[in-house]
Design a protein around this ligand. Structure first.
Ligand SMILES: CC(C)(COP(=O)(O)OP(=O)(O)OC[C@H]1O[C@@H](n2cnc3c(N)ncnc32)[C@H](O)[C@@H]1O)[C@@H](O)C(=O)NCCC(=O)NCCS
Ligand SMILES: Nc1ncnc2c1ncn2[C@@H]1O[C@H](COP(=O)(O)OP(=O)(O)OP(=O)(O)O)[C@@H](O)[C@H]1O
Length: 229
């Protein structure tokens, strides 16, 4: 199985690109969706986060007030590190199970959309790594427009992540998303043909089909040995 890493910065266009993958029949594991489930009322992650940050982060419904928690953690490095530490084990195991589900279904190529792929050192598990890159100016403009944030709040969120230029330097494939959607689609078509190229042997053995082939080979090998004895 080929596990493609999709990353970038906040509001650089990862979800826009991952929707294109889905529209082309490639399964996508989305770390933001997994992280949202980790904070669902009553879950293990919710309990740990509420114990650490206090009930002031809860709405009257006792769901986490996400904008309030966001405001807290994106303006304080220590609070953000604490939240990351509490949530990381749940997020990584959630990603693992989602990948396993796709493996069981027999997927040959999957995309994992992880905003903090490099920061969380998960880049070693994915190949190729696709970085959706924009200039900081475009990033701030799109972030402020999409989430209705002030410039200060938008800057805090951008600064909470590794710089997009550094991420670009560690990418196998870069999508420059500063232009319009037409330009993005043109680049995406090239990326799609790149990630659909035939699997390497390593990727094949890691797929469900490969594992069954190994099982078949071992079983027939054992059968032949038994016949010879
Ligand atoms: C702080 C929270 C509650 C704010 O929620 P909100 O709905 O406003 O934002 P949302 O979850 O949609 O995230 C938007 C983007 O923010 C960025 N982001 C989220 N968490 C972090 C973080 N800890 N550090 C840096 N950037 C982050 C990502 O680019 C993400 O795509 C939420 O982001 C959260 O639970 N973060 C911690 C979990 C995490 O690390 N998520 C990233 C998945 S790898
Ligand atoms: N090429 C483009 N032209 C114009 N707008 C775009 C383009 N690509 C993305 N956008 C817009 O920019 C905003 C951010 O894009 P998107 O939500 O895909 O980013 P993201 O990287 O997934 O963000 P997050 O890290 O917050 O999840 C959205 O409002 C989206 O519609």
């Amino acid at each position: 199985m080929r596990i493609v890493g999709l990353t970038g910065g906040i509001a650089s266009g990862k979800s826009t690109v991952s929707n294109l993958f889905k529209a082309n029949g490639i399964p996508v594991v989305d770390a933001d969706v997994i992280a949202r489930n980790v904070l669902k009322k009553g879950s293990g992650g919710w309990k740990r986060v509420v114990a650490a940050f206090g009930e002031e982060i809860l709405l009257p419904s006792r769901e986490v007030d996400r904008p309030k928690l966001g405001q807290m953690v994106f303006s304080s490095d220590s609070k953000r590190q604490l939240l990351n530490k509490l949530m990381a084990p749940y997020i990584s195991s959630g990603i693992f199970w989602e990948i396993l589900k796709e493996w069981v279904k027999g997927a040959k190529v999957i995309v994992v959309d992880i905003p903090l792929l490099f920061e969380a050192k998960m880049d070693k598990w994915t190949k190729p790594i696709v970085v959706v890159w924009v200039s900081q100016e475009t990033q701030l403009t799109r972030l402020m427009e999409r989430d209705g944030l002030s410039e200060e709040d938008a800057r805090n969120r951008v600064m909470a992540q590794m710089s997009l230029d550094l991420k670009r330097g560690n990418a196998d494939i870069v999508i420059d998303n500063n232009g319009g959607l037409d330009e993005l689609h043109q680049q995406f078509d090239k990326v799609l043909s790149e990630i659909r190229r035939p699997l390497t042997w390593f990727e094949f053995w890691r797929s469900r089909q490969g594992a069954f082939s190994i099982l078949g080979l071992v079983t027939s090998g054992l059968f032949v040995c038994k016949q010879l004895n």
